[in-house]
Each structure stands twice: as structure tokens, then as C-alpha cells.
Design a protein around this ligand. Structure first.
Ligand SMILES: NC(=O)c1ccc[n+]([C@@H]2O[C@H](COP(=O)([O-])OP(=O)(O)OC[C@H]3O[C@@H](n4cnc5c(N)ncnc54)[C@H](OP(=O)(O)O)[C@@H]3O)[C@@H](O)[C@H]2O)c1
Length: 284
């Protein structure tokens, strides 16, 4: 039977919801009168963000929950808590990300960009799939990056954690490509469930992403707050528009689906990535 839950009763979970793309998504979903929970690692920033979102949207159904996406244990604890608090999930908006000038390892011993940008969302989404399925129609919408950059990118299976030749930008681009390829495979596996999964390029949205880059990073973050948009039109189109309710496994730029690669060519890479991700996150 078709679920006719109106926006008022729709529940959205937004990672990275206190800054950048995540905050723009949370703001737009709150404006659409949905219940919005932002997943954040820092309580002070989370409180500040939900107060701002409530004030600007006049929506009081905005809350936060804490989790550190660099720690798999924290993600498991978060999901347990989320499921004890909420009995449905209609929109999962995956946006949290980092950009590190120096290679760092998480407590789980994984290169941090791969862990936070990609593996955390792979794990979080998989752990929430039962709830998304029982809440169908539901949508998983994940931020990626620009098409020019992604077309030239690779998943470096022989050096996926950049043990050699670390480069923060390359690590972030690989993670963005991983999100696109994983989503393509996820959508395939979700066929017939009423859950869709898509990725998108946000364009240029106000961001704090460069804050860990020495010298230029903080001024760039400030400049971005002044010059860039605080809205995320394509991401919100994918989460809210009835026109894309049946669309799945696609990558969107400016509200249009773009073919980054031939779908048959990507299958072996997608399957290999899925297997590796299962091993990293121990969810098999
Ligand atoms: N902004 C753009 O125009 C743009 C364009 C293309 C792609 N993207 C992609 O979008 C993603 C987000 O970028 P952004 O611009 O929104 O960056 P941002 O402004 O720095 O926001 C990143 C968010 O992720 C959160 N986060 C980082 N590490 C976390 C962790 N361990 N646990 C929980 N949350 C964590 C941050 O929390 P804290 O505030 O606590 O650090 C923050 O809320 C990145 O992957 C980026 O590559 C952005």
C-alpha cells in the first residue's frame, strides 16, 4: 500500500547538519515542514545550528543527535539510539565530510577521509535500511562532487587509504566517487523496496571544509560564508520533488541526471567496492 505520509509527519536525518551542504539541506527540509534530526559530533555546534534553523524556518520539529562518524562504534550506538527514539525514517541525507592536509588515521585505523566521507555513510545507511524500507517511499540522498573532477577520478584499490603519496584533495575526490559508485550499487540492491538512492553535485555551497588546510584554509572558509549560496537546490530537489520519487541510482547536477560512466562498465568496480566496504565496516 502506498504511504501517503505528508511532509508534517516525514522524518529526515541529515549528517553534517551543522555546516555547509548538510546545514543547507537541513534548512530546506525544515522549510518544507518536515521533522529534521541533524547528526553532529559537537553538541555546541549542533545546538547553535538547530536554533538557527528553527528561527529561520519557524519549524520547531528540528533536533540533533550526537555521533562521531570517524568511529564505527559511535555509528552503531547512534543507530541504536535513533531506532529507540524514532519509528520511521523517510529521508536520509548524507553530507558530512572532511578535507585534511595531512594523512590521519581514525581510532579504527582507517585513513580518515575514506572513513568519514564514505565508509561512515556506507555503514550508517546499511544499519538504517530496515527503517527506510518500513517507511517507504523513502529516499537516500548523498552529496558527491563536481562531474569534471569525478570523471577523471579513480578508486585506487591498490592504495585506497593513500598509504603512499597521500594528497588530501585526491582522498576527498576518491571518497566522492566512492559515494557515487556505492549509491549506484545500493540502488540496484534496493530495487522493488520503495527506497531510492541518488547522489548529487551541490554546486558551490557555503562551507567550512577548508578549515584544516594551513594558511589559506580559514580565510577561504570565511570567504565562502560571504560569497557562496546557503542553499542546496539540487540536493533538495532530489529529496523533495515528487517528480523524482521513482528515480534511483542516478547522479544529479543542476537538477538533471548525468551519466558519469557507462552503467555496465561500473558494475565490477561497484561490486568490488561494496565487498571492501563490508570488510572495512564488518557488516557482512
Ligand atoms: N560545499 C560545497 O560547495 C561542496 C561542493 C562539492 C562537494 N562537497 C562535499 O560535501 C561534503 C561536505 O562539505 P561541506 O562543504 O558541507 O563541509 P563543511 O562545511 O566542513 O561541513 C562538513 C560537516 O561534516 C561534519 N563532520 C566532519 N567530520 C565528522 C565526524 N567525524 N562526525 C560527524 N560529523 C562530522 C562537520 O562537523 P564539524 O562542524 O563538527 O566539523 C560538518 O558538519 C564534503 O564531502 C565535500 O567534499 C561540498
Amino acid at each position: 500500500m502506498k504511504n501517503t505520509t505528508g511532509p508534517k509527519n516525514k522524518i529526515c536525518l541529515v549528517t553534517g547538519g551543522n555546516s555547509g551542504v548538510g546545514k543547507a539541506m537541513a534548512m530546506g527540509l525544515a522549510r518544507a515542514d518536515m521533522s529534521v534530526i541533524i547528526l553532529c559530533r559537537n553538541e555546541q555546534k549542533a545546538k547553535q545550528a538547530i536554533n538557527e534553523i528553527k528561527r529561520k524556518t519557524q519549524n520547531t520539529k528540528v533536533d540533533y543527535m550526537l555521533a562521531d562518524l570517524s568511529k564505527q562504534k559511535s555509528i552503531h550506538q547512534f543507530v541504536k539510539k535513533f531506532k529507540s527514539k524514532y519509528t520511521a525514517l523517510h529521508i536520509l541525507s548524507n553530507n558530512a565530510g572532511i578535507l585534511n592536509a595531512k594523512r590521519e588515521l581514525t581510532l579504527d585505523g582507517i585513513e580518515s577521509t575514506l572513513a568519514v566521507d564514505y565508509l561512515s555513510h556506507f555503514l550508517l545507511t546499511n544499519l538504517l535500511l530496515d527503517l527506510l524500507k518500513s517507511s517507504q517511499p523513502s529516499r537516500i540522498v548523498t552529496v558527491a562532487g563536481g562531474p569534471l573532477m569525478l570523471k577523471r577520478a579513480n578508486i585506487h584499490f591498490d592504495n585506497i587509504q593513500f598509504r603512499d603519496r597521500y594528497n588530501g584533495i585526491k582522498a576527498a575526490v576518491q571518497a566522492a566517487l566512492a559515494r557515487v559508485i556505492w549509491t549506484h550499487e545500493l540502488a540496484k540492491r534496493l530495487t522493488g523496496t520503495g527506497v531510492t538512492a541518488n547522489t548529487f553535485h551541490p554546486g558551490l555551497v557555503q562551507s567550512n571544509l577548508t578549515r584544516n588546510i594551513p594558511l589559506l584554509g580559514k580565510p577561504l572558509s570565511k570567504l565562502s560564508q560571504l560569497l557562496l549560496s546557503s542553499r542546496c537546490k539540487t540536493g533538495l530537489y532530489l529529496t523533495l520533488s515528487p517528480g523524482v520519487e521513482q528515480i534511483t541510482g542516478c547522479y544529479f547536477v543542476n537538477k538533471k541526471a548525468i551519466n558519469l560512466f557507462a552503467k555496465d562498465d561500473i558494475r565490477p568496480t561497484a561490486e568490488r567496492l561494496w565487498e571492501i566496504s563490508e570488510t572495512f565496516t564488518a557488516i557482512k
